[in-house]
Design a protein around this ligand. Structure first.
Ligand code: UDP
Length: 497
């Protein structure tokens, strides 16, 4: 593995968790790396690569970067596996078992050799393979620092007797063993895998162990920014000092690429066909009058849940643009013959339904005044930078915690978790769009301002990205055998590195 290293352009292999959010974010990171002179190999699952080729013009877009290559690898699941809903978590075991050895073979054979891996922090086996082969690895986490830190603290929560959560417990019981979250964390803000009925103590412990291991990488890239998660980032820095906060990544991407590269910045990285007709519909709606509704790329809802949301939205009398992804409804399906007539009529009057939307453009549209979201991290960051207040209905994993931060810590909206009732939805949509609108608009506008400042030239996220590139170049020059050029990554605004 040692010969042939240290070329003029360091070779970086970028490997996201193969789902829409991380692939979207890490493709942006990959393009930023390519424009900074790195040779990038982007590793997709075969399944997702076919979808990107079909729905996003990836080959022509990335073909212009010398040395940029897409590579593919099996995600270990059969073709007809849904890769969504309650079966989504199966991907981790499948990848560990089948993708890991394939990755190792690929890295041994790849030419030119890889100087540095940017892996998804949630895929612990990538770190193992990198360590075995002596390749420096930086983990990229497309989750919030808050979730990373709460997962890190799982062993502490177990030791304090706060986990696992028992079946019949009061879900408002406070959780105090996560430093920095003592004042507001409750059982219901933790992911469902923290409940004993779902999993044994040892499996739960494994989640904490994987997170702890992910912090042993040479560095950690996070799609967040200091003003949003500063206190939690300080906690993480005590365990992993070399952190590159480069978010909000979507805005960062626009700032660096947009002036010369308008087309690229608007291109889709989507696994589904983007329906842009909704933009013309938005053009006809009054300013800030529309609730944008999307539950991301993995959530699967029952017919009953869909009906509750639909009634709630129609009864709220607010305009709405709703993404109902193909295959996102279990059971009989969406818009069947027996759909109540008032829903059909209410939607004709004030609604618009699409299969997949150009989300960033939608959130940036002047007609959008609120976001009913599942609180996926990428959606949360996109909403924050667009200054759109959120109504959160978290589905699983990190989303329960993200929504708590949105509602309780950042005050950017309302956390509706654990309720799916038309009356509550109607009321909360009205709270978001009318009753409490002023307070949310004020805090969302201020957070959007801070977010944008972080990624403008000289801002902390902008400087951190430059530092990341310098560090990768430096490590490849030194043939990997010296230690990583760790510099203190405190919340400095200095671009000097
Ligand atoms: N997204 C999109 N169009 C849609 C719905 C979602 O482009 O109609 C994108 C959204 O902009 C985000 C990603 O899909 O970048 C979803 O990622 P997130 O982390 O929010 O949720 P996940 O899909 O992982 O649950």
């Amino acid at each position: 593995m040692e010969s042939g290293r240290s070329q003029a352009s360091p070779h970086v292999l970028i490997f996201p968790l193969p789902i829409q959010g991380p692939v979207n974010a890490m493709l942006k990171l990959a393009e930023l790396c390519a424009t900074s002179g790195l040779k990038v190999s982007f590793l997709n699952s075969e399944y997702n690569h076919n979808r990107l080729v079909r729905f996003a013009n990836i080959h022509s877009r990335f073909g212009k970067y010398p040395g940029f290559e897409f590579r593919t690898i099996s995600d270990g699941l059969p073709r007809d596996h849904p890769r969504s809903g309650s079966r989504f978590m199966e991907i981790f075991e499948a990848m560990n078992l089948r993708t890991k050895p394939l990755l190792k073979d690929m890295l041994v054979e790849i030419s030119p050799p890889v100087d540095c891996i940017i892996g998804d922090g949630i895929l612990g086996f990538v770190l193992d393979v990198a360590n075995e082969l002596g390749i420096p690895i930086i983990n990229c986490c497309t989750i919030g620092a808050c979730y990373l830190w709460s997962n890190y603290s799982i062993p502490d929560m177990i030791e304090a007797g706060e986990l696992p959560i028992k079946g019949s417990e009061d879900m408002d019981r406070p959780i105090t063993a996560v430093p920095g979250m003592e004042k507001f964390l409750r059982c219901r803000d933790l992911p469902s895998f923290c409940r004993a009925s779902n999993m044994s103590d040892s499996t739960l412990l494994r989640y904490g162990t994987v997170t702890r291991k992910s912090l042993t990488a040479c560095g950690l890239i996070l799609n967040t920014f200091e003003e949003l998660e500063g206190p939690i980032l300080s906690q993480i820095r005590t365990k992993c000092p070399n952190i590159y906060t480069i978010g909000p990544l979507n805005e960062h991407f626009k700032i660096r690429l947009s002036p010369e590269n308008e087309v690229s910045s608007q291109s889709s990285n989507c696994f589904w066909e983007v329906d842009r007709n909704c933009m013309s519909w938005l053009d006809k709606q009054p300013n800030q009058s529309v609730v944008y509704v999307s539950f991301g790329s993995i959530a699967v809802m029952s017919d009953e849940q869909i009906l509750e949301f639909w009634h709630g939205l129609v009864n709220s009398k607010k305009r709405f643009l709703w993404v109902v992804r193909p295959n996102s409804v279990a059971g009989k399906g969406f818009q069947g013959e027996d759909t109540p007539v008032e829903l059909v009529e209410g939607t004709k009057e004030r609604g618009y339904i699409v299969g997949w939307a150009p989300q960033e453009d939608v959130l940036g549209h002047q007609a959008v005044g609120g976001f009913l979201t599942h609180s996926g991290w990428n959606s949360t960051m996109e909403s924050i930078v667009a200054g759109v207040p959120m109504l959160c209905w978290p589905y699983f994993a990190d989303q329960q915690l993200n929504s708590r931060f949105v509602g309780e810590v950042w005050k950017l909206g309302i956390d509706m978790k654990d309720a799916c009732d038309r009356k509550i939805i109607e009321k909360m949509v009205n709270d978001l769009m009318v009753e409490r609108r002023d307070e949310f608009v004020k805090s969302a506008a201020e957070m959007a301002r801070l977010a944008k400042a972080c990624v403008t030239v000289g801002g902390p996220s902008y400087c951190n990205f430059d530092r990341l590139i310098e560090d990768i170049k430096s490590i490849s020059l030194h043939n990997h055998d010296c230690c990583w050029p760790i510099r203190n990554s405190q919340t400095t605004n200095s671009c000097s590195g």
